[in-house]
Design a protein around this ligand. Structure first.
Ligand code: HEM
Length: 408
């Protein structure tokens, strides 16, 4: 990473190839380091486990969207306007503090409890089986396209009753907005996404289905009705969070299994290890690198660093999960380790609402893949490309060769 005029470190392309060794150095040096994100925002990056956990849960780190916009204008070293995100997409729970956060989250928690999610198991299995059937006989496939992407997007679109024909447009806009590394496309993608979701809300107003999103659109005043922008933002958050992350849980998890054949063999020999393996996937190389924006509402001491009021603070979850002081031999991929306590789903009031769904999708996808196929990497691991996003950690594609186990 290079330095900017203010002395902060600028994230450079090699960061995305191997963020872990850069994080290891930063963890050694200090609890928090000033860095400049690719578009030009100056933030404090927190890389150690204890401090990351603290930042995620302490209410002096605010997520209020209006405050975030204001702080962005003061810590901007980039070209153009720092706030390019379409403002009708931002009024959701992950951009709000209690009590507003509590109100927004309460409206949807019921749909994502472990019990409600468990009821989706047969349908998730069915979608997985269809995808694996389509992949069978092809020899070599890109596992991202064949399984890791279509499974979670189909599940979340069905939950919200979103027509599937817009899936490819939706994916393109979502990728642009989440990666944020193509500023020239941000505004257009934001507008297109907002327009699409406004149409979805209007459609559910006119033709309510039995999905829980229709219920939200039709809630009465007494049920704490959401206004139009809150509805659009809620749909945006659920659809994006519901697929941008789980795709990486499945693809990166399988990639790491293939890179560590001893671990793959262990899992094949004892399938009761699968839930623990999913936790190790999440710990060792989870889908979220730097958690979403928080800013200090007063001066806050973070370990050995005093972060002044009105600064951005990002907790790196993939770094915290490699902190030796919390996970001995943290750089070793070991599906039998007790990986509990990892921060891959965050911590505190914003702890991932979809964690039970993501775990179930991960278990069904990986379990069914191993049941059906012998699988091998079809490219050198070093040639695979990681997404150039500071938020998401994931592969663009994962070429694998599949041979039906029944054929042996
Ligand atoms: C492996 C997959 C997933 C991972 C690693 C993941 C990770 C996370 C993380 C780290 C946060 C907190 C971010 C922060 O505090 O800055 C979060 C929040 C959230 N996630 Fe997930 N997520 C996953 C899947 C899902 C799924 C399937 C859904 C389904 C709808 C979902 C919905 C949400 C929502 C709504 C929030 C905001 C919660 C709040 O603000 O109270 N996530 N997720």
């Amino acid at each position: 990473m290079g330095e900017t005029a203010t002395g902060a470190m600028r994230i450079s392309p090699e960061y995305f190839v191997d963020p872990h060794s850069i994080h290891a150095r930063l963890r050694e040096e200090a609890a928090a380091t000033q860095i400049v994100l690719p578009r030009g925002l100056r933030v404090w990056l927190v890389t150690r486990y204890e401090e990351a956990r603290f930042v995620l849960a302490d209410p002096r780190f605010s997520k209020d969207h209006a405050g975030i916009n204001e702080v962005a204008t003061r810590h901007w070293e980039g070209e153009g306007d720092p706030v390019m995100f379409d403002q009708s997409l931002v009024r959701h729970m992950l951009n709000s503090d209690p009590p507003n956060h509590t109100r927004l989250r309460k409206l949807v928690t019921k749909a994502f409890t472990p019990k409600r999610v468990e009821a989706l198991r047969p349908r998730i299995q069915e979608i997985t089986d269809e995808l694996l059937e389509a992949a069978a006989g092809q020899g070599e496939v890109d596992l991202v396209e064949a399984l890791a992407f279509p499974l979670p997007i189909t599940v979340i679109c069905e939950l919200l009753n979103v027509p599937m024909e817009h899936r490819d447009d939706f994916r393109r806009w979502s990728n642009i907005l989440v990666a944020g590394n193509q500023p020239e496309l941000l505004q257009e993608a934001g507008q297109a996404m907002a327009g699409f979701l406004a149409g979805l809300v209007a459609d559910k107003r006119a033709n309510p289905g039995d999905d829980f999103f229709s219920a939200l659109v039709h809630a009465s005043e007494d049920d704490d009705r959401l206004d139009e922008v809150e509805l659009i933002s809620m749909a945006f958050l659920l659809l994006v969070a519901g697929h941008e992350t789980t795709v990486n849980l499945i693809a990166t998890g399988v990639f790491n299994l293939l890179k560590h054949p001893d671990q793959l063999e262990k899992l094949r020999a004892d399938r009761s290890l699968l839930p623990g393996a999913i936790e190790e996937f999440l710990r060792y190389e989870g889908p979220v690198n730097q958690a979403t924006f928080r800013y200090t509402t007063e001066d806050v001491q973070v370990g050995d660093v005093l972060i002044p009021e009105g600064h951005f603070v990002l907790a790196s979850l993939i770094s915290a999960n490699r902190d030796e002081s919390r996970f001995p031999d943290a750089d070793t991929f070991d599906i039998t380790r007790p990986a509990g306590g990892h921060l891959a789903f965050g911590h505190g009031v914003h702890y991932c609402l979809g964690a039970p769904l993501a775990r179930l999708e991960g278990e069904i996808a990986v379990g069914s893949l191993l049941d059906r196929f012998d699988i091998a990497l079809a490219a050198e691991p070093d040639t695979l490309k990681w997404r150039e996003s500071t938020l998401m950690r994931g592969l663009y594609s994962l070429p694998v060769s599949l041979s039906d186990r029944g054929a042996h």
